[in-house]
Design a protein around this ligand. Structure first.
Ligand code: NAD
Length: 488
C-alpha cells in the first residue's frame, strides 16, 4: 500500500490538515493506498505556485519549441511506464485492462499531438483602413484550474494538461477524489521530464472545498471542467467571482440510431459496445438505442444472443469486458434507475441485477441491462444513468428518428447505422450533437474536437480547436503615419 503525496510547486506535499483519504479497488474492495485530502487552504497554495510560475518563472520565456519538447518527453515517459500505469488504472477505476491500455497509449498520443502543435500557434495580419501595420497574436491564457471525473483518470489528465502546456499556461489539476492515483503517477513523470516548478500542480481532494476553490479563486484565469451537468452549473457560479474563462465537458444521453438498411450484425455489435464499454460509465455512451420498428425483433434477438459474451470480472482478469462500477454509491444510483424503469412500464430484457458468484461479492458489479418498450418521455430515456443500462425506443420514419434523437437536454454524441450514405449524412447533419459516428460507435481521436451542444458543455477539447481554450487573442497596431494624430 502506497502513501501518495500531492505535487505542488515542484514538491511532494501532504495536506496541511494531514487528512488522508483511502483509495479502494472497486473490483475487490482492496485498499490501494492513501492520498492527501486537501481543502481550500491547500488548493490556494497550489494556485499561488501556478500564479508565481506563470508571472515570474522561466516558463514565460520558454520557447514553443522547448514546450513541445517537454510534451514529447512526457509522452515518452508515459510509454516507458505504460504497463504499470494501465494496471494501476484498472485497479483504481475498475475498467478492463485492454481499455486501460488503450487509454494510456492515447494519453501518450495526446501529449505528442500537442507537443507538435505547440510550434503551430499562429497569429494573423490584417488590412485595416489606416496607415497601420495591424496584426493579431495568440498568448497563453494564464493560470488554469482543471477538474476531472473518475471514468478516464489518466486520459482526462492528458486532455487537460497537454493543450494548456502547449499554449504556455500553468495549471492546477484536481483528479476525482475516487481515482487520483494515475494523475499522481503522471505528476512524477512530469517532474522527471524537468518542467519548471509550479508549472504543473496536482492536488487531491473532494469537489466541495478543493474543487470549489479552483472554480472560485480569483488568481485563476480559467477553469476547465469535465464532469456532471449539475456540477458544471456550480462551476459556472463559482467562476463568476472574477469572470474567469470556463470550458465545460458535461454529460450526455446519446442516441444510437439503427435504420433498417444497416448491416445488422455490425449494428448489434455497435449497440452493445456503445452502451456497455467501460461499464457504460462513458459520457458519450449510446444509452438510447433508436431502432427502426421493422427490424426491432431481429435487432433485439441478435443483442440477446450476444449479451452473455460480455464477460464480467475484475479488470485484470483475462477476457473481461466489463468491470465493476466505480463505487457503492454509483451502483445504488444505477440500481435505482433500473427500478424506475420497471415502475415506468419499460420491459427489462436482461440484467437488472448483480451477477451471482463469490468473485462478484466484493466488487460493485452489475449485469448489462437492456430495457425494451421505452418511450421518449420516460426518465430512463431522458436522464444520464452513467452505468450499464440501455433503453430501446422504436421509430417508424427517418423524421421521427431525428425528432426523438434531438428531444433531449443533452447534445454530446450520436451514432447512425445505415448502408445508405445519403440517408446517413442527412441524419447526421440534422442531429444536435458535437460528436457523431456513422456505422461505428465510440472511436475517439486526439486530432478531432471533442465536446457537446446544448447542456453537454461549453467549448471543445482536443484537436487544433482544443488549444483555443488556453489562448488569449491580442491585436497589435503599429502606426506607420509619421504625422501626429492631429486631434486639436
Ligand atoms: P462530478 O461532476 O460529480 O465530479 C467531477 C469532478 O468535479 C470531480 O473531480 C469532483 O471532485 C469535482 N466536483 C464535484 N463537485 C464540485 C464542486 N461543487 N465544485 C468543483 N468541483 C466539484 O462527475 P463524476 O461523477 O466524477 O463524473 C461523471 C460525469 O462526468 C458524468 O456526467 C459524465 O457524463 C461526465 N463526463 C463528461 C465527459 C465529457 O467529455 N463530456 C467525459 C467524462 C465524464
Amino acid at each position: 500500500m502506497k502513501q501518495y503525496r500531492m505535487y505542488v510547486g515542484g514538491e511532494w506535499v501532504e495536506a496541511k490538515s494531514k487528512a488522508l483519504r483511502q483509495i479502494i479497488d472497486p473490483g475487490n474492495g482492496e485498499l490501494l493506498g492513501t492520498v492527501p485530502e486537501s481543502n481550500r487552504e491547500d488548493v490556494i497554495l497550489a494556485i499561488e505556485a501556478a500564479r508565481e510560475a506563470f508571472d515570474k518563472g522561466p516558463w514565460k520565456t520558454t520557447t514553443a519549441l522547448d514546450r513541445g519538447k517537454f510534451l514529447f518527453k512526457i509522452s515518452d515517459l508515459i510509454r516507458r511506464e505504460a504497463k504499470r500505469l494501465a494496471e494501476l488504472e484498472v485497479k483504481n477505476c475498475g475498467k478492463p485492462l485492454a481499455e486501460a491500455e488503450f487509454d494510456v497509449n492515447d494519453a501518450a498520443n495526446c501529449f505528442e499531438f500537442y507537443g507538435g502543435l505547440a510550434t503551430k500557434i499562429h497569429g494573423e495580419t490584417m488590412s485595416v483602413p489606416a496607415n497601420s501595420m495591424s496584426f493579431v497574436v495568440r498568448e497563453p491564457l494564464g493560470v488554469c484550474g482543471q477538474i476531472i471525473p473518475w471514468n478516464f483518470p489518466l486520459l482526462m489528465s492528458a486532455w487537460k494538461l497537454a493543450p494548456a502546456l502547449a499554449a504556455g499556461c500553468t495549471v492546477i489539476l484536481k483528479p476525482s477524489e475516487l481515482t487520483p492515483l494515475t494523475a499522481l503517477e503522471l505528476a512524477g513523470l512530469i517532474h522527471e521530464a524537468g518542467l519548471p516548478r509550479g508549472v504543473v500542480n496536482i492536488v487531491t481532494g473532494p469537489g466541495v472545498g478543493a474543487g470549489e476553490e479552483l472554480a472560485q479563486n480569483k488568481l485563476c484565469d480559467k477553469v476547465a471542467f469535465t464532469g456532471g451537468t449539475l456540477t458544471g452549473r456550480k462551476i459556472l457560479e463559482g467562476a463568476s467571482s472574477n469572470l474567469k474563462k470556463v470550458t465545460l465537458e458535461l454529460g450526455g444521453k446519446n442516441p444510437n440510431i439503427v435504420f433498417a438498411d444497416c448491416d445488422l450484425e455490425a449494428a448489434i455489435d455497435g449497440a452493445l459496445f456503445g452502451a456497455f464499454a467501460n461499464q457504460g460509465e462513458v459520457c458519450s455512451a449510446g444509452s438510447r438505442l433508436l431502432v427502426d420498428k421493422s427490424i426491432h425483433k431481429s435487432m433485439v434477438a441478435g443483442m440477446l444472443a450476444k449479451i452473455d459474451r460480455i464477460k464480467l470480472g475484475h479488470g485484470l482478469t483475462p477476457g473481461v469486458k466489463m468491470g465493476p462500477l466505480i463505487s457503492k454509491a454509483q451502483l445504488e444510483k444505477v440500481q435505482n434507475y433500473i427500478q424506475i424503469g420497471i415502475e415506468e412500464g419499460a420491459t427489462p430484457l436482461c440484467g437488472g441485477k448483480r451477477p451471482e458468484g463469490s468473485i462478484f461479492n466484493k466488487g460493485n458489479f452489475l449485469l448489462p441491462t437492456i430495457f425494451d418498450n421505452v418511450t421518449p418521455k420516460m426518465r430512463i430515456a431522458r436522464e444520464e444513468i452513467f452505468g450499464p443500462v440501455l433503453s430501446i425506443i422504436t421509430f417508424e420514419t427517418e423524421e421521427e428518428a431525428i425528432h426523438i434523437a434531438n428531444d433531449t437536454d443533452y447534445g454530446l454524441a450520436a451514432g447512425v447505422w445505415s448502408k445508405n450514405i445519403f440517408r446517413a449524412m442527412r441524419v447526421v447533419r440534422s442531429l444536435r450533437a458535437g460528436i457523431t459516428w456513422i456505422n461505428t460507435y465510440h472511436p475517439t481521436f486526439n486530432e478531432l474536437p471533442w465536446g457537446g451542444y446544448k447542456q453537454s458543455g461549453w467549448g471543445r477539447e482536443l484537436g487544433i480547436h482544443g488549444i483555443d481554450a488556453y489562448l488569449e487573442t491580442k491585436q497589435i497596431n503599429i502606426n506607420l503615419d509619421e504625422a501626429p494624430i492631429g486631434w486639436y
